[in-house]
Design a protein around this ligand. Structure first.
Ligand code: SF4
Length: 198
């Protein structure tokens, strides 16, 4: 079971396969494109992950990143517990790569819980409106997903120092332009990331 792994100078944490979306471009559909076998037959406990992280020399990493095959904030409480323990004795930047649907998953505004713990959020945007998002990401939340993501992003800014949107570079130009417009309106930077090719 791979709970943590390194990419360049960051340490990544793999907590869950679960996700309320089924995005067309999801790496879970392209396991051959990824060097590690990140599929978890069983989710690790917070304690197991904490032990593994603390066994490493954390000063060698630039960031601790919650990412993995699924949506890390499906396990919000475990993420926060891990970060709390790691930050007790270590100064490390913590980022979460998220689909921005934690508010829908947990049916409340979870963003205040990020305060003093989470330094960066990278939120997948991937569409310029609710219909496009639904067509690309096939969320269980349907058309409610997209406005929930914008709400999550806007609220997170009060508690997280670096909030950014990300989109994959395979988006058509008009959709990319719509994403840029939304990001500008919310005053949140937009990062265009490379799609993982199979
Ligand atoms: S939100 Fe992320 S983990 Fe979930 S299906 Fe989409 S790409 Fe995959």
């Amino acid at each position: 079971m791979i709970m943590t792994y390194e990419i360049e100078d960051n340490l990544y944490v793999n907590l869950t396969n679960r996700c309320p979306n089924a995005c067309r471009f999801c790496i879970r559909n392209k396991p051959e494109a990824f060097a590690h076998d990140l599929w978890l037959d069983q989710e690790p406990s917070a304690g197991e992950v904490i032990r593994e992280i603390l066994a490493r020399e954390l000063s060698q990493y630039r960031q601790l990143v919650f990412c993995g095959f699924g949506e890390p904030l499906e396990r919000l409480e475990e993420v926060l517990e891990i970060v709390r323990r790691v930050k007790e004795k270590n100064k490390i930047y913590v980022r979460i790569n998220t689909n921005g649907l934690a508010g829908k998953i947990h049916r409340r505004d979870v963003t205040p819980q990020f305060e003093t713990l989470i330094d960066g959020l990278s939120i997948s945007l991937n569409a310029g409106n609710a219909e496009e998002y639904d067509a690309v990401c096939h969320s269980v939340f349907g058309l409610e997903a997209f406005p929930a993501i914008l709400d999550f992003a806007a609220k997170s800014k009060a508690y997280v120092q670096d909030v950014q949107f990300s989109v994959v570079d395979c988006l058509p130009p008009d959709r990319l332009a719509a994403c840029r417009k939304i990001a500008a309106e919310l005053d949140i930077p937009l990062k265009v990331r490379r799609e993982v090719k199979a």
